[in-house]
Design a protein around this ligand. Structure first.
Ligand SMILES: Nc1ncnc2c1ncn2[C@@H]1O[C@H](COP(=O)(O)OP(=O)(O)OP(=O)(O)O)[C@@H](O)[C@H]1O
Length: 274
């Protein structure tokens, strides 16, 4: 399969495959706003009057037991699943419920799925190069048109993801953790406004987890980051504000200490840690 076929078949929607959108307006409010969102699958309410607000530059952790609705929530934000009711805004200008997946991606919402899906036959550098292209029409001539500022961005991202020394290594030989960082790097190439990261440390070594914690915390401020994660140790290491989802709604929200001392949370989810 050619790389171009592979690109169009991927579940990811990278920004470079999409059209340019007007800028996100966060002057008077949050970057992401979900209001009273509901989704049912065959009569089962997976998302139930969900309200969620993410501030610009925030790092938010979302936790919750299996089936709480975390993935469905991300699917709604990225346009993969349409809610039955409610509203979802990106800044005050963009109503995400009127947009398709590629257009939402092009607004600067990047999603990192649990499994890394980097291009294994390309080098680390080439993977980043590919993710940087502004328009799929330029992909075939990408190397030829590489501009100095693009090379600079690749250098910055290599530094951020800690793969500078491996820039010429094939992505296929990277460790699981390194592949995850590379894929985060690919999303970072276009300076997204919001990154949605699904279980980033599943399958990682302790050391890789620590490095991932550093990476995600270093991104906050420059972009907003929403991390869905089951590993409580990891959440505790990065969390400022935690949202606990249960049965499709927000059960509790606050610091890790606040939510882990909340009796309702202890009952449904953190019982074993209480
Ligand atoms: N396409 C679908 N059709 C039917 N039911 C679905 C569909 N997608 C999700 N569900 C159901 O909706 C509920 C929420 O699922 P979701 O995957 O969002 O939860 P989650 O919090 O991400 O769980 P996990 O931690 O196990 O990944 C579950 O009961 C799930 O079975």
């Amino acid at each position: 399969m050619s790389i171009f076929q592979e690109l169009s078949d991927r579940e990811h929607v990278f920004e470079f495959l999409t059209q340019v959108q007007s800028p996100v307006d966060v002057r008077h409010g949050p970057i992401l706003y979900l209001d009273d969102v509901n989704v049912s699958f065959d009569g089962f309410r997976a998302i139930n009057n969900l309200n969620l607000t993410i501030d610009d530059g925030e790092l938010r952790c979302i936790i919750g037991p299996n089936g709480a609705g975390k993935t469905t929530m991300m699917d709604i934000i990225t346009g993969k699943t349409r809610p039955d009711s409610g509203s979802v805004w990106f800044g005050s200008r963009h109503n995400l419920l009127t947009m398709n997946e590629p257009d939402i991606a092009s607004l600067g919402i990047g999603r990192k799925f649990q499994k890394p899906t980097v291009f294994e036959a390309l080098t680390v550098f080439e993977n980043l190069e590919l993710a940087m292209a502004a328009d799929k029409r330029v992909l075939p001539t990408l190397t030829a048109i590489m501009k100095p500022q693009f090379r600079e961005r690749i250098g910055e991202v290599l530094e951020m993801i800690g793969l500078k020394d491996l820039r010429d290594a094939l992505a296929g030989i990277l460790s699981h953790g390194q592949k995850q960082w590379l894929e985060i790097g690919m999303l970072l190439m276009q300076k997204p406004r919001l990154l949605l990261v699904d279980e980033p440390v599943a399958g990682m070594t302790e050391q890789e987890m620590e490095r991932t914690a550093e990476l995600l915390t270093s991104l906050a401020g420059k972009q907003s980051v929403v991390v869905v994660e089951h590993d409580m140790g990891f959440v505790r290491s990065i969390a400022r504000k935690v949202t606990v989802l249960h049965q499709g709604s927000v059960l509790a929200e606050g610091t890790m200490d606040q939510v882990s001392n909340d009796p309702e949370v202890i009952k449904v989810y953190l019982g074993e840690e209480a």
